[in-house]
Design a protein around this ligand. Structure first.
Ligand SMILES: [Ca+2]
Ligand SMILES: [Ca+2]
Length: 382
């Protein structure tokens, strides 16, 4: 150690030993509600006076001090006789902050103070523009930035088997549940999980459980982008799709409020389907009823390397045309006209079916698999 540094350390030691310092520890409840500020430097000596101020963040208000000090005045004067643990308690504020455009973002932090309140806005209160096509703005969606069950404001669990045999259509092998093990949100994404386990609904047993979500939102025309990673196990039949909200299917969310017709008169758009035996194939398909009432469908299949990675599955639906895309590349296109009546409100469905027509054989060693969804976004033209 050189001479100058050791001299400095001795001085510091002497100055510290002259006046004993108190250690101050600050805590805020809830953690993100605010901060504690005080006038003075970091070195608070025993016996000194201190003014502490609790400063709340937006939408919180100060309630009381606790820990080694108590009281509800703010700022508060404290005599520091020893080390102090100081807790500032806050609660969510009942004060309603002005929000001129009624988008949930207070005026003081709203960067777009005149946004259209039928649109989805970002944390700055501004409309969200589609990343591929700037003529589209977001009207509904779920970013899955929460934990637990799918948001009940946005999603309905369809669990009642509609087939008169007590199961689901297409010879599928699952029941659907609203149990958190079959659908949950964590780490920024929704997981739909199909599990090998016996489950009985209305006396009818099945060997697999899974989840089938209906969006509570309905829309006509627009663009839907869903970023998802698909299950890879043999026998899984994942689907991201729409049905006409006028379908009379038992157990769906919308019941008869938009009409009551059978399938396929309601119309169906399969934005993403995959069979159970070739996970490098992707299906985009339309089902509808021709004007004479007979069943009609049209679809294309494309190769998809690595559906185990996140890909963006899209439908762009206008009054003239419907396009199905993966990663913004079109692979199925159909004109929308009098012969192909896709001009009614639709809702979204997300599910994994097991076995059946498009799931095929399920491996005896199957235990469970997951479809992971990063976001679901619905856009419409400005
Ligand atoms: Ca606002
Ligand atoms: Ca705004």
């Amino acid at each position: 150690m050189n001479y100058k540094i050791s001299f400095l350390l001795i001085l510091l030691f002497l100055s510290c030993s002259d006046e004993e310092l108190a250690s101050l520890s600050f805590f805020v409840i809830p953690e993100n509600a605010g901060s504690i500020e005080y006038d003075g430097n970091q070195n608070v000596t025993i016996g000194s006076n201190l003014k502490l101020e609790a400063v709340s963040n937006t939408s919180y208000e100060f309630v009381r001090w606790s820990g080694d000090i108590s009281g509800s005045e703010n700022p508060i004067d404290v005599v520091v006789n020893s080390d102090l643990n100081v807790v500032a308690e806050f609660q969510e504020s009942n004060i309603i902050l002005p929000d001129s455009d009624n988008d949930g973002v207070p005026d003081e932090i709203d960067l777009c103070p005149n946004s259209d309140n039928s649109l989805t806005v970002d944390e700055n209160g501004c409309e969200v523009i589609n990343e591929f096509d700037q003529s589209y703005v977001m009207v509904w969606g779920d970013e899955f930035n929460y934990d637990g069950k799918p948001d009940p404001e946005l999603w309905h669990h369809q669990t009642l088997p509609p087939n008169p045999d007590g199961g689901w259509w297409n010879g599928e092998l699952q029941h659907y549940t609203d149990d958190i093990k079959n659908s949950y949100v964590d780490n920024g994404s929704l997981k739909i999980v199909s599990i090998k386990e016996n489950h009985v609904v209305n006396g009818v047993g099945r060997d697999y459980t899974s989840a089938r979500l209906n969006s509570k939102f309905v829309f006509k025309y627009g663009r839907v982008d869903v970023r998802a990673k698909l299950p890879q196990s043999e026998g899984t039949w994942p689907a991201i799709w729409t049905l006409g909200a006028n379908i009379n299917e038992l157990g769906n969310f919308h019941k008869d409020q938009y009409g009551s017709v059978g399938w396929p008169s309601c119309g169906e758009i399969d934005i993403m389907e995959q069979n159970g035996w070739d996970k490098n194939k992707l299906y985009g398909t339309f089902h509808w009823a021709a004007p004479n009432g007979s069943y009609a469908s049209y679809g294309e299949v494309t190769d998809l390397n690595s559906s185990s990675d996140f890909r963006i599955y899209t439908v762009e639906w206008t009054k003239d045309q419907i396009k199905i895309m993966v990663d913004n590349q079109v692979y199925t296109v159909m004109n929308n006209n009098d012969q192909v009546p896709f001009d009614n409100l639709h809702y979204l469905l997300l599910n994994i079916a097991m076995g059946g027509n498009l799931g095929g054989n399920v491996s005896p060693s199957y235990s469970s698999d997951i479809m992971e969804l990063d976001y679901v976004r619905v856009f419409q033209k400005k």
